[in-house]
Structure formats: structure tokens, C-alpha cells
Design a protein around this ligand. Structure first.
Ligand code: PMP
Length: 404
């Protein structure tokens, strides 16, 4: 049995009412709510251990450093990375991908080189590569996708050539919910000696990640999508790649020695963690990952799939509702539009019933352009959502549709 009530009790925010209705939080792809243990970890850090890390010999600084490095080790086990020094703490996926685009670009990208992304990427896995291509006069190439939201893998095969230097791809699309065939893409890229970066923003919370069996070269995720605070995230990279990359930012912590004339950089992972990091956030991320592990991602995945299947079926039963993205393998999120109603109006009416959904482009404007729509409404699930909530949402949406 999935311990749904025990889980819900851990998330104090869920107990509240919104517009006098129980809160139904279906905006988990944007950010997740935090369990009490994560909230406690933050309060406890500032109450008992707070001190800057790595640069102090006093007790609090050592405690704080220990918590930070324990969190790194927790991330390592969570994604099965070979070494904890391959775990770089960042602000989140956006910073992880900007770091990679800058550092990888600086070292390996020359005029005429090519980088591959898909046409369904979140802006944060698109714009940094566009910026890099502009800077280096390189070319960005796109894996197209079909109307059903699945990547066109036949065309993908044709995109590689001797100028291809990197492929960066979302594991799960945040606007379509598509789970991309990661292993197939990685094997294909490696057959052409092309390294692969995975945007794990929408997969880390839904399915177990093993970077060694995936054999990707880089993997990025954000803490706030997996029940940890905002402002903390991870870039994992294979050590042999990270050792080749120049630092992204200069400052304290990333150096070994500095003179006015010259700086020697620190070793991994510190070389990429300039300045005072979000060490409290990192500790809380470690606690969040421990919490997720205590429930088990396999169980969470099964539960969320039930929610997804039920919601898909209920939405398909409403004639005026059209799901955008009908890939065979989906996770976490469903986008939809309603005939004759603007998604923002649908969202506002649902909010009056306590149901929090997201409406907009979901930072995937090219996806909206592909379907020739301006925005969608999107529901997305977390480990604490229930079938009752899905049914309440669908019943309410049915009434909303009649209003239009
Ligand atoms: N990629 C995907 C697929 C996402 O869903 C998101 C967050 N919406 C991001 C990247 C960016 O994550 P963050 O804003 O936490 O940096």
C-alpha cells in the first residue's frame, strides 16, 4: 500500500484551504511543496549550525561543512554517480546548463561546430546553447517531434556529422510530459563520439536515475522540483569531462593559489563552486533526497502513473478538452486546451475551487508555435496527490467547460 496519508501529513502546506476549498496542488512541474523534515533542516541549520563552509576551523564551520559534504554524498548515491567530486552544486538546472554551455563552449566549440538539442526543450536548455552558438559562430540543430509529442528518432539519426560536439536533451518534457528515449539517444550520440547532457528537471522526482547505466556525460536537476528548497541544484558530469572544462566563475573557493599575476584553480568539485554557496539549501536537498528514498521512487512512480492515467482518461472523456502531447510514454504532466476558453480563464476559475494549475507557455514557446497555440493549461503531479483530487479536478473542469 502506498502510504498516501502519511506522506500528505508530512507536507504542512497541503492542509490549508484556498478560497474556502481544500488546496489541490497540481503545479508540481513548476515547483514542489516541502515536507516538514526539509523545513526543519533549514530552521535547524540557521538555529544551530550556520557558518560559512570550507574556510573556517571553528566548530560551527566544520559542522556546516560536514552537512554540505554529506549532502553531496547523498546526491551521489541518489543518482548513482561514481564519485562525489563529480557533483557540482548550482542554483538549479538553469545555472547548471549555463555553466556547461559556457565552460564546454569555451573549451570545445569552434566556428562551424554543431550542437544538437530537441525542438521541445525548456528555454533553459535552448537559450544557453543559442547564446553559445552566437558567440562561437556554431550551429544549433534540432531533433523534431511529431504531433503526438514523440521525438522523430529517424531524423535524429541524420543530424550527426563530424562537426557535432554535444547533444543536450530533456529526459521529460515539462510541457508535453513526454518521456524521451534517453538510452537510445545516448547510445546513438556515443556511436558518433558525441557527449550527451541530460536536463533532468522533470525526471529526477518521478523516476530513479542511474547516471552510470544511462551512461550520459552530464546530468542537471533542480532541488525545488524534488521537494527541496529553491536556489539549489546540481550539475553532475563525468570526471574526465569536468577535468577538461575551464571554471565558469572566478572567486573564493574555486582557487588553489592566487597571486596578482596568476591563479591556480582548485580541484573538483570546488573549481566550479565559486563564492559562498547555498550550503543550507544543499543540506536541505540532501534531507529531501533521503525522504524520497525512504518512500522509494519506484512506489512514487507507480502512484504518479496511476494519477496520470486516471487524469488522462477523465480529460479524454470531455469533448471540449484536447490534450496537447499524447506520447505513449509520459510522466508527471498533462497539457490541455479547452475549446472556446483561454487557458488563463480556465486556470482562474479552477483556482476559485482551490485547484492550482499552471497556464502559459511553460517556458517552451517553440512547442506552442509547433502546435500553433499561444498557451496551454497544465496539471502536474507530485508524490502527495491523490485520485480523489484528480476526480475533483475533472468534475470541476467538466462544469467549467459547460460555462464556456
Ligand atoms: N528544464 C525543464 C524541463 C524544466 O521543467 C525546468 C523548470 N521548469 C527547467 C529546465 C529550469 O529549471 P530551474 O528553473 O529550476 O532552473
Amino acid at each position: 500500500m502506498y502510504p498516501i496519508q502519511t506522506i500528505r501529513n508530512q507536507f504542512p502546506i497541503l492542509a490549508q484551504r484556498v478560497h474556502n476549498n481544500p488546496l489541490v496542488y497540481f503545479d508540481n512541474a513548476a515547483t514542489t511543496q516541502k515536507p516538514q523534515c526539509v523545513i526543519d533542516a533549514i530552521v535547524d541549520s540557521y538555529t544551530r549550525t550556520n557558518a560559512n563552509i570550507h574556510r573556517g576551523i571553528h566548530t560551527l564551520s566544520q559542522r556546516s561543512t560536514d552537512l554540505y559534504e554529506q549532502a553531496r554524498a547523498r546526491v551521489q548515491t541518489f543518482i548513482n554517480a561514481p564519485h562525489s567530486r563529480e557533483i557540482i552544486f548550482t542554483k538549479g538546472v538553469t545555472e547548471s546548463l549555463n555553466l556547461l554551455a559556457w565552460s564546454f563552449g569555451e573549451k570545445f566549440i569552434y566556428e562551424g561546430d554543431e550542437i544538437i538539442v530537441s525542438a521541445m526543450e525548456h528555454h533553459s536548455n535552448l537559450v544557453p546553447w543559442q547564446m553559445l552558438c552566437e558567440r562561437k559562430r556554431a550551429t544549433l540543430r534540432f531533433i523534431p517531434f511529431f504531433k503526438n509529442g514523440e521525438l522523430d528518432m529517424e531524423t535524429c539519426k541524420t543530424l550527426f556529422n563530424e562537426r557535432t560536439k554535444l547533444l543536450s536533451i530533456a529526459h521529460v518534457s515539462n510541457s508535453l510530459g513526454t518521456v524521451n528515449p534517453l538510452k537510445e539517444i545516448i547510445d546513438m550520440a556515443h556511436a558518433h563520439n558525441v557527449p550527451v547532457c541530460v536536463d533532468g528537471a522533470q525526471s529526477i522526482q518521478h523516476t530513479a536515475i542511474d547516471v552510470q547505466s544511462l551512461d550520459c556525460d552530464f546530468f542537471a536537476f533542480s532541488g525545488h522540483k524534488i521537494y527541496a528548497p529553491t536556489g539549489i541544484g546540481v550539475l553532475w558530469g563525468k570526471e574526465q569531462w569536468l577535468n577538461e572544462l575551464p571554471p565558469y566563475q572566478g572567486g573564493g573557493g574555486m582557487i588553489k593559489t592566487v597571486s596578482l599575476a596568476h591563479t591556480e584553480y582548485n580541484e573538483l568539485p570546488f573549481r566550479f563552486e565559486a563564492g559562498t554557496t547555498n550550503y543550507v539549501g544543499a543540506h536541505a536537498l540532501g534531507v529531501a533526497l533521503e525522504y524520497v528514498q525512504s518512500i522509494g521512487l519506484a512506489k512514487i512512480e507507480q502512484h504518479e502513473n496511476e494519477l496520470l492515467n486516471c487524469a488522462t482518461q477523465r480529460l479524454q472523456e470531455i469533448d471540449a478538452v484536447h490534450i496537447i502531447g499524447n506520447a505513449r510514454h509520459k510522466a508527471g504532466a498533462i497539457s490541455f486546451i479547452v475549446d472556446g476558453a483561454h487557458p488563463a480563464d480556465v486556470g482562474m476559475i479552477l483556482d476559485k475551487k482551490g485547484i492550482a494549475i499552471r497556464t502559459g507557455t511553460h517556458c517552451t514557446e517553440p512547442v506552442m508555435q509547433f502546435y500553433n497555440i499561444s498557451t496551454t493549461a497544465r496539471i502536474s503531479f507530485g508524490m502527495y496527490n491523490t485520485l480523489d483530487e484528480v476526480n475533483f479536478f475533472a468534475d470541476t473542469l467538466q462544469k467549467v467547460v459547460k460555462m464556456f
